[in-house]
Design a protein around this ligand. Structure first.
Ligand code: F0G
Length: 472
């Protein structure tokens, strides 16, 4: 018998975008000018941009081709019907409402489904998801399994919902106070960790028992399906499209940020089975997003989205995608860099408290790491830790999250493994040269009110090149 085929890269470059690396002194000057907040850098100042996998992927020739035939009609665009047809075919939902991105879908959906004091149990809700639930007067209750709350130890599905916890939360608040149960695949806040099919099926069983809706945050649905195929017993011989169908079959609706697994720069949708719910979603869509057959998307966008949904479940694409992220993480592990395990689908998360063991937790080790990676190699990563989580609204104290992470996020179809080897080398240099040495990190220069992640500025506690603690 022939041995298995080698791993292949299932695309090649047809168009390239030039990128360049500024000299070291210039990088130091620019990051200081931005107050050590990487959101404030222009992308022209960045060499390898790993701040997010959202909207940063490369379009295919087929997507570009279809964009040319986009129908820009205000109402009932042909491109809308094509997108709706594709969503029905791929995911099984009868009705689709386009929106301009994931959070817009959350806004519309929660406006209709959440009343004051209602709850939305789920698995580590994404930040905007949680914020929209709260904005609508509800509360997000995290029911992720315990194994998903630590950076150590292997569990194949760290995104799973703790079923007994879900049941006890429903009983505690009463089913009529549960707006819906949300399953996020893969679980971004938990490190890109997948949810198993068995777990989604169990969530459905519990929801049926209490007459509740199950909603999928489908941003990375295809990556989740690929993990089910490769990790869950009984799915190795199923195709990814079949697995996606089954995942969706246990849910009543999905909210989708198409900027991830629909492979488009901008777009999203809400998809539902129930015609009454569909009718209720129309009015807020018109108010917040636009008529319910375009919802903030152009016809060209909707064509690209429909095509992206077809391409993303291609198994050679997913094998390369998930494999690239894994190999990058394994390279970091080889260098001894502390990362969250197992490696997730779209990013590698560095545990900054372990990376800089001498830096006090209140001096933002993960933010410090992001600034250092930029200076060392023009790499832009993002802090997912103390800065992001903010202050306790009641006490005003900084919340100390379980983990202070630096997320190195891999865009889809954009960088080669050579780019990632460069990034790994940059991380290694900072780790070896500064990891054990630094004794100080950053403090706020200006702490922006509200979502402080984006606009705040920071200053090094000891000098521009990081504090070793040896200085007078
Ligand atoms: N749900 C999940 C799981 C997400 O990761 C995101 C966005 C959203 C919803 C919101 O979608 O950005 O289209 O409004 N995540 C991006 C990120 C921003 O960098 O992880 P959106």
């Amino acid at each position: 018998m022939r041995k298995p085929e080698r791993q292949i890269i299932p695309y090649r470059a047809k168009v390239v975008e030039p990128i360049s690396l500024l000299p070291y002194e210039e990088r130091v000057r620019r990051i200081e000018a931005c107050g050590n907040n990487l959101f404030r850098l222009g992308s022209h100042e960045v060499y390898i941009d790993l701040i997010t996998d959202s909207g940063t992927g490369a379009l295919s020739v087929h997507q570009m081709g279809r964009m040319m035939i986009g129908d820009e009609a205000y109402a009932g665009s042909r491109s809308f019907f094509e997108m709706e047809r594709q969503i029905r075919e791929s995911m099984g939902y009868r009705y689709t409402i386009p929106v301009h991105q994931g959070r817009a879908g959350e806004r519309v959906f929660d406006f209709v489904l959440i009343k004051k004091h209602m709850i939305v149990p789920g698995n580590s809700h994404f930040d905007t998801t949680k914020a929209h639930i709260e904005f609508a007067g509800g509360r997000a209750i995290d029911c992720t399994i315990d194994a998903g709350r630590t950076s150590e130890g292997y569990h194949p599905f760290k995104g799973n919902i703790d079923i007994p916890r879900l049941e006890s939360v429903i009983r505690e608040y009463g089913a009529r106070h549960v707006a819906y149960v949300l399953v996020t695949v893969t679980c971004n806040s938990g490190g890109g960790q997948p949810v198993s099919m068995a777990n989604i099926r169990e969530v459905r069983r519990v929801a049926d028992q209490y007459g509740l809706l199950v909603v999928l945050d489908a941003a990375r649905f295809a990556e989740n399906a690929y993990f089910i195929k490769t990790r869950e017993t009984g799915y190795a011989h199923k195709s990814v499209p079949e697995i996606v169908q089954e995942m969706c079959s246990y849910t009543d609706a999905c909210i989708m940020s198409a900027k991830k697994d629909a492979l488009v720069p901008m777009g999203g949708f809400i998809a539902v089975r129930d015609d009454l719910l569909y009718e209720r979603l129309k009015a807020p869509t018109i108010l917040f997003e636009g008529f319910y057959t375009y919802g903030g998307m152009s016809g060209a966008d909707m064509e690209a989205l429909a095509q992206g949904l077809r391409e993303v479940t291609d198994e050679s694409y997913l094998a390369y995608r998930i494999g690239q992220v894994r190999r990058f993480g394994e390279l970091l592990q080889k260098f001894g860099v502390p990362i969250v395990e197992p490696i997730g689908g779209h990013a590698v998360f560095i545990d900054a408290r372990k990376f800089f063991p001498g830096v006090p937790e209140d001096e933002f080790p993960a933010q410090l790491l992001c600034a250092e990676l930029y200076k060392e190699g023009g790499v832009r990563a993002v802090e997912v830790g103390s800065v992001l989580i903010g202050r306790d609204p009641d006490t005003g104290e900084n919340i100390r999250p379980n983990l202070d992470l630096c997320r190195v996020t891999i865009p889809r179809r954009v960088y080669t493994f050579e780019h990632l080897e460069y990034v790994a080398d940059v991380i290694r240099s900072v780790f070896e040269e500064k990891g054990p040495k630094l004794r100080h990190g950053l403090r706020f220069e200006v702490e922006a009110p509200g979502i402080r992640h984006f606009a705040s500025t920071f200053r090094y506690v000891r000098g521009a090149d990081g504090g070793t603690g040896d200085l007078p």
